[in-house]
Design a protein around this ligand. Structure first.
Ligand code: NAP
Length: 260
């Protein structure tokens, strides 16, 4: 299927690896010119070169912390009026809620709620003016089914989800859509990092821990970044203008429900 994205442009935040990188790569394959961000400039350069080599797409880099005004300004300076925005940032640390300081709450809210809202605010009117816009927020399955030891994520991402639910309906008539993608377990460094502690306390290797988790999933495996990227590209496509304010759960069926 031709996604109708050739010649479009995108900012993909936090995209030097993992799910952000996969979204960037999938969009580049469709002929989208990219600005990608990440804090580690060298890693970002390498990823940009890999995406260019794989797709021939134009890829610019905006090194910086997307959770800071400077980091956001660097991306927006390179591409002030993108057709597509993929919001992403690192997830907050796990832990017992008793140990979460006020600063930790502020950081989580900043990274996983206020930063995507700031990026949306910066690009939305341009998308409305050009009568095309696709915004995808990478959130988490924890929005739908809270994970006990990541209360910071459960809380902060729920705030973004509530805000987006309202805003998406205010801009849909301009062919501007805002949707959220909710990853369950995907095979990235983040998954391995979060599995490390649990594997250690269970006295097994990270690989064994992930294999156990995969065996419990209805799909019998964890997700691949490539399939996440493909779903993102479809949500950004010309065909997805009637998909508005949705929360797309990609978890292999782990969330057990008759209705999503
Ligand atoms: P990952 O493999 O660790 O990759 C994270 C990417 O984001 C890296 O490129 C990293 O580069 C960049 N990044 C992190 N913080 C940043 C910041 N403040 N500013 C700019 N770039 C930043 O993580 P992932 O698995 O792709 O996860 C992406 C998001 O999905 C996270 O919010 C995560 O919590 C969520 N999620 C993931 C899973 C999963 O199973 N993988 C499940 C549920 C939710 P630098 O470090 O160089 O900045």
């Amino acid at each position: 299927m031709d996604l109708g994205l050739s010649g479009k442009s995108a900012i993909v935040c936090a995209a030097s690896k993992g799910l952000g990188r996969a979204c960037a790569l999938a969009l580049a394959r469709e002929g989208v010119a990219l600005v990608i961000t990440g804090r580690n400039a060298e890693a970002l350069k390498t990823t940009a070169a890999e995406i260019r080599a794989a797709t021939g797409a134009t890829v610019q880099i905006a090194p910086g912390d997307i959770t800071t005004p400077e980091g956001r300004a660097a991306a927006l300076k390179l591409l002030p009026a993108p057709d597509i925005l993929v919001n992403n940032a690192g997830g907050p640390p796990p832990g017992d809620f008793r140990d979460f300081s006020d600063q930790m709450w502020h950081d989580a809210l900043n990274a996983n709620m206020l930063t995507p809202i700031a990026m949306i605010r910066a690009v939305l009117d341009g998308m409305i003016a050009q009568k095309f816009g696709r915004i995808v927020n990478i959130t988490s399955a924890s929005v739908k089914s809270p994970i006990p030891n990541i209360g910071l994520s459960n809380g902060a991402r729920a705030g973004l989800t509530g805000f987006v639910a309202g805003l998406a309906r205010q801009v849909a008539s301009h062919n501007v859509t805002i949707n959220n993608m909710l990853p369950g377990p995907f095979d990235t460094d983040r998954l391995r990092a979060t599995a490390a502690k649990q594997a250690a306390s269970a006295g097994i290797s990270i690989d064994d821990f992930i294999a156990r988790r995969a065996a419990q999933n209805p799909a019998g495996r964890v997700g691949t970044p490539e399939e996440f990227g493909a779903a993102c590209a479809f949500l950004c496509s010309a065909h997805a203008g009637f998909i508005v304010g949705q929360n797309l759960l990609l978890d292999g069926g782990a969330f057990n429900a008759t209705l999503g």
